[in-house]
Design a binder for this molecule. Structure first.
Ligand code: ADP
Ligand code: 5GP
Length: 191
């Protein structure tokens, strides 16, 4: 393979994408994690440039105008975007890039990069998704209700994906995503 794989992990808020991506990054230190830009306020414990690039709405809109994002979306009332220049440089250097983005963004990435690998992370049940969202303790009851309501439409996006992985236990979910990466590395089409 000359170019790296663009692996897109997405799914509803609270399903465990961040947890799975952190475990993948530990397992594969060579995997490049794309840091997104956002207009959402910084949460406690988050670090600029590590979790996100935190931008004002004005700066974010200027970057959209300048064509700086591979994709961007308004998710739960805030803007999020993937910096295009970082992704292109890493893929060209032969590195695999991991994106953790929402479902609208994933579909945009697939359109721009048909060779990208889209993985949908599913909750074992809706009750468990609600439990994880409130158990995380980072969002207000209002925000949680908004995110759970979105899941009813978000499910419809599954048909645009290449793979679906149920996050029952973190270790099993990480193993499944690892196997997907291995299978894609062995794909004849990519050679
Ligand atoms: P997302 O990034 O999809 O919004 P997080 O990774 O923040 O979700 O996970 C939401 C909450 O669910 C966190 O408190 C996390 O520790 C927990 N969690 C993630 N995966 C599992 C799992 N397989 N079983 C139980 N709890 C999980
Ligand atoms: P959070 O605010 O919980 O960090 O993220 C909210 C949602 O935004 C999650 O579903 C996350 O995957 C998504 N997200 C994070 N970065 C990006 C991005 O660059 N683009 C898009 N489209 N969604 C993103």
């Amino acid at each position: 393979m000359d170019k790296g794989l663009l692996v897109v992990v997405s799914g509803p808020s609270g399903v465990g994408k961040g947890t799975i991506c952190n475990a993948l990054r530990e397992k594969y230190p060579e995997l490049v994690y794309s840091v997104s830009a956002t207009t959402r306020p910084m949460r406690e414990g988050e670090v600029e440039g590590v979790n996100y690039f935190f931008l004002s709405k004005e700066d974010f809109l200027a970057k959209i105008e300048a064509g700086a994002f591979l994709e961007w979306a308004e998710v739960y009332g805030n803007f999020y975007g993937t910096p295009k220049w970082i992704i292109d440089a890493q893929l060209a250097a032969g590195n695999h890039v991991l994106l953790e983005i929402d479902m609208q963004g994933a579909v945009q990435v697939k359109k721009a990069y048909p060779e990208s690998v889209l993985v949908f992370i599913l909750p074992p049940s809706e009750e468990e998704l609600a439990k994880r969202l409130s158990g995380r303790g980072t969002d207000s009851a209002d925000v949680i209700a908004k995110r759970l309501a979105c899941w009813q439409q978000e499910k419809e996006m599954l048909k645009h994906y290449d793979y679906a992985v149920v996050n029952d236990t973190v270790s099993q979910a990480v193993e499944r995503v690892s196997h997907i990466i291995t299978a894609e590395e062995c794909s004849v089409e990519r050679m």
